[in-house]
Design a protein around this ligand. Structure first.
Ligand SMILES: N[C@@H](CCC(=O)N[C@@H](CSC=O)C(=O)NCC(=O)O)C(=O)O
Length: 282
């Protein structure tokens, strides 16, 4: 698999780069960013994949979260992919912020025309780990997986379904029950149709109720002043399911924080330390 470096900048003594490649899974050109700490040039290091939210590309978290200082200190490789296929230009693909481009919802679509390219579940769980393993100095086969909002939904669902690949999972302000909120219902109807058995495969709360587990504690940070908390995010639904199933989880309600990258940048250091600890224990 050929990847092409588009940019590279020195950052906290390490390297912050952006790559492009032709994805076999999404059948289009995909971009992702990679931070390599200085130590990784001589020693293989753990990698963490960060999944972004609605409207994002790889660029939002790379330029706004301030993770590079912590990644350099902890010796972690950070990979940040895009949130959907690009360049397909289906009818209405770019018309709304919560469906189509920038809103792939980390699932494999079953409905036309989306099913041809919108296969972000396979892209994140199979193709991207393979690319990282073959092109960067990473300790394999385990990866940390984290995300924000729609990306938090992606981290929880992909992590719960693939614990051997992603034994360490965390999220900021995740959509934990997409079948029960407007963002998720719109996306699942469009990408998956009316088959609610299919919906359950991409719903973290339903996966937990149905027996999926993460081998490590799950860490979630949620701002109490998040404008999407009540209508879209509903972390208590996932907390309840985890408690009923004996899944170790820490939900930290962070007083006064909203949904923005100001919130993420305030706690990203905690999340990287959490993943470093979990991956070291593997
Ligand atoms: N109505 C907003 C909604 C977009 C938004 O808030 N996007 C979040 C993720 S929301 C859930 O997945 C985000 O991360 N935005 C990018 C950023 O850099 O802040 C809108 O107007 O777009």
């Amino acid at each position: 698999m050929q990847i092409t470096k588009k940019t590279e900048n020195k950052c906290f003594a390490g390297s912050q780069a952006v790559y492009q490649h032709n994805s076999i899974v999404t059948r289009c050109e995909m971009a992702f960013s990679v931070y390599i700490p200085q130590i990784a040039w001589t020693h293989k290091r753990p990698a963490i994949i960060y999944l972004s939210g609605l409207t994002c590309t790889h660029e939002n978290v790379t330029t706004k979260a301030g993770f590079q200082r912590y990644a350099q200190e902890l010796g972690l490789i950070i990979v940040c992919p895009d949130t959907s296929p690009r360049g397909t230009n289906f009818p209405e693909e770019h018309d709304s912020y919560d469906f189509g481009s920038g809103a792939g919802f980390y699932l494999n679509a079953t409905q036309k025309p989306w099913s041809a390219n919108y296969r972000m579940y396979d892209y994140i769980s199979k193709e991207l780990p393979d690319i990282i393993s073959h092109n960067f100095p990473v300790v394999t086969p385990h990866f940390g997986l984290m995300g924000h909002s729609m990306g938090g939904h992606g981290a929880l669902t992909i992590g719960l379904r693939n614990p051997d690949i992603f034994p360490s999972v965390s999220a900021f302000s995740p959509i934990v029950a997409p079948s029960q909120c407007p963002w998720g219902q719109k996306a699942f109807t469009g990408y998956l149709g009316d088959d609610h058995n299919e919906w359950q495969r991409y719903d973290a709360t339903e996966l937990m109720k149905n027996g999926c587990k993460s081998p490590s504690k799950i860490l979630i940070d949620q701002g109490t002043s998040d404008e999407f908390l009540e209508e879209q995010l509903k972390p208590d639904l996932f907390l309840k399911a985890c408690r009923e199933k004996g899944q170790d989880i820490e939900l930290r309600m962070q007083e006064g924080y909203d949904h923005s990258y100001y919130f993420i940048s305030s706690f990203i250091g905690d999340h990287l330390l959490f993943h470093e600890d979990n991956l070291a224990a593997q």
